[in-house]
Design a protein around this ligand. Structure first.
Ligand code: ZN
Length: 213
């Protein structure tokens, strides 16, 4: 790793923003990066090249906020283009592979503020590497919650609506929806079960309402 040490002596750190799809991760990432840009800090923003659902050269949230970004093939490429930056934003970190952890450590070690957003779980509810490792080493963690489309409870799972194999199938609302723990486990039966419960006059078991971010 040969990039020059930045000329400012302050310490760096890592911030991680994780949650399911439709939980506002990218919105939160964009919000933080905008604040840094307003303060005239040097900001570099990256996303994996494979995720070009909305735009190749922008990070775009589901609410259509956008900010220019550089598409990279690997975590290594982030290192290559980040040496001038004070603040580094990375979206969809789960697609950049295990090398992302060392890259974030190296950047924070050079005094940079590193902000990574990504899915903490895959479509089967399993921890989605390398986000778990990043959560362990980060100074700041934000977990964003969506709302379960079936029952309205806070949702932290991403449910894949179609039977299509593979951990990585890039898609939007046609393929994925946010679900709570229970509706995720109920799978394709969730809508029927929740509707039947409502019809029977029994309130479905819901967690106490929580203010969402
Ligand atoms: Zn639910």
């Amino acid at each position: 790793m040969s990039e020059p040490t930045p000329p400012y002596p302050r310490t760096g750190w890592i911030e991680v923003i994780v949650g399911s799809m439709y939980s506002g991760k990218t919105e939160e990432l964009i919000r933080r990066l905008r604040r840094a840009q307003i303060a005239r800090q040097k900001v570099e923003i990256f996303k994996p090249r494979m995720d070009d659902r909305y735009a190749r050269d922008h990070i775009v949230s589901h609410s259509d906020q956008r900010i220019p970004s550089r598409a990279v093939k690997s975590a290594r490429d982030v290192l290559r283009h980040a040496h001038e930056a004070q603040v580094i934003g990375i979206d969809e970190g789960q697609f950049l592979g295990p090398g992302l952890v060392a890259v974030c450590q190296a950047l924070a070690g050079r005094g940079k503020r590193v902000i990574v957003a990504g899915l903490d779980q895959d479509y089967l509810g399993r921890p989605f590497e390398p986000m778990p490792e990043l959560l362990a080493i980060a100074e700041y963690i934000t977990k964003t919650l969506a709302i379960c489309v079936v029952c309205g409870a806070p949702a932290n799972r991403t449910y894949r609506k179609v039977k299509r194999g593979g951990r990585v199938v890039v898609g939007g609302a046609d393929l994925y929806e946010a679900r709570c723990r229970r509706c995720f486990e109920l799978g394709p039966r969730a809508a029927r079960v929740v509707a039947a419960e409502a019809a029977a006059g029994r309130a479905a078991v819901r967690p106490r309402s929580r203010s969402s971010r």
